[in-house]
Design a protein around this ligand. Structure first.
Ligand SMILES: C[S@@+](CC[C@H](N)C(=O)[O-])C[C@H]1O[C@@H](n2cnc3c(N)ncnc32)[C@H](O)[C@@H]1O
Length: 270
């Protein structure tokens, strides 16, 4: 089942990820007059930064609540940005619209990666770029998410045979896998690696903020539907705190480093 990103409170995570949008937008300059699509714009991080640099921006996201937050942020800054409901599998723009199609940790959640790549390449101008970000497995973020995923699989069962109609998962951080997926649409891919430090005053504070993330809220709702929901939630919290402490790099507070990829795709020269 697809996650409803309107659940809970994504905003603290959006703030933590803002430096990545800053990097992606800055490396894409100059942007004046260019049409930028921010696919999976969430609360509008990249969309607003691009609009501030003179781009004509369309932010697209399936989560209605996050679009409202993004609209409010744009209005507060006096920025003209069009925000629209939409999904990577069906991007609501014409062919060749985007000079730059950005997707900061967003298209990687599309259940059908092949459909998303077909749509992104369709929506990008002949000389345009697609630029997306993806976490590189092995970092603290993936360790913490794995702890939660394993616990939910223990509680609700997991590992059953996959739906034959299900989309093929794509390793969005893997240059060779991306090269193959984009080559089918005449695009070639370059990948850069970077690292983001996430900080908090303590592991407990980090976990408390993370508890508002749509994934955590969705998991908590599922656990609450069980008669032993309270014990299960307490056990998940205990395991997550252990995982967060385990990856902590700062004994006096909290810091973790997360490797991520910036992937740039452009049409191959014939
Ligand atoms: C981790 S958030 C990133 C949001 C924003 N780009 C940022 O940097 O803060 C993931 C975003 O992807 C969006 N998303 C999830 N599935 C999507 C899909 N199939 N197509 C487009 N966006 C999707 C979510 O609604 C959410 O806003």
């Amino acid at each position: 089942m697809e996650l409803d990103w309107s659940l809970g409170h994504y905003e603290p995570t959006g703030k933590l990820l803002l430096p990545i949008s800053e990097r992606v937008v800055t490396m894409s300059e100059p942007l004046v007059g260019k049409h930028i699509i921010d696919l999976g714009c969430g609360t509008g991080n990249a969309a607003l930064l691009a609009a501030e640099r003179g781009a004509v921006v369309t932010g697209i996201d399936p989560a209605a609540r996050l679009l409202e937050v993004a609209r409010k942020r744009a209005a507060e800054r006096g920025l003209q940005v069009e925000f629209a409901a939409g999904d990577a599998a069906s991007i609501p723009v014409g062919d060749g619209t985007a000079d730059l199609l950005l997707s900061v940790f967003a298209v990687i959640f599309a259940p059908d990666a092949e459909a998303a790549i077909a749509e992104m390449t369709r929506a990008t101008a002949a000389d345009g770029l697609i630029r997306l970000t993806s976490w590189i497995p092995g970092g603290s973020m993936t360790a913490i998410n794995r702890t939660a995923g394993q616990f939910m699989a223990e509680v609700f069962g997991g590992g059953e045979s996959p739906d034959p109609g299900a989309a093929t998962p794509l390793a969005w951080h893997d240059e060779a896998a991306l090269q193959e997926a984009f080559a089918a649409h005449g695009f070639s891919v370059e990948l850069e690696r970077h690292s983001l430090q996430l900080k908090a005053t303590s592991p407990e504070e980090y976990l408390e903020e993370s508890a508002q993330h749509p994934m955590a809220v969705s998991g908590a709702q599922a656990l609450a539907s069980r008669s032993d929901g309270e014990e299960l939630q307490a056990e998940l919290h205990r395991r997550l705190l252990a995982a967060v402490r385990d990856v902590n790099e700062d004994s006096a507070a909290f810091q973790v480093s997360n490797e991520y990829a910036i992937v740039t795709a452009r049409r191959s020269v014939a």
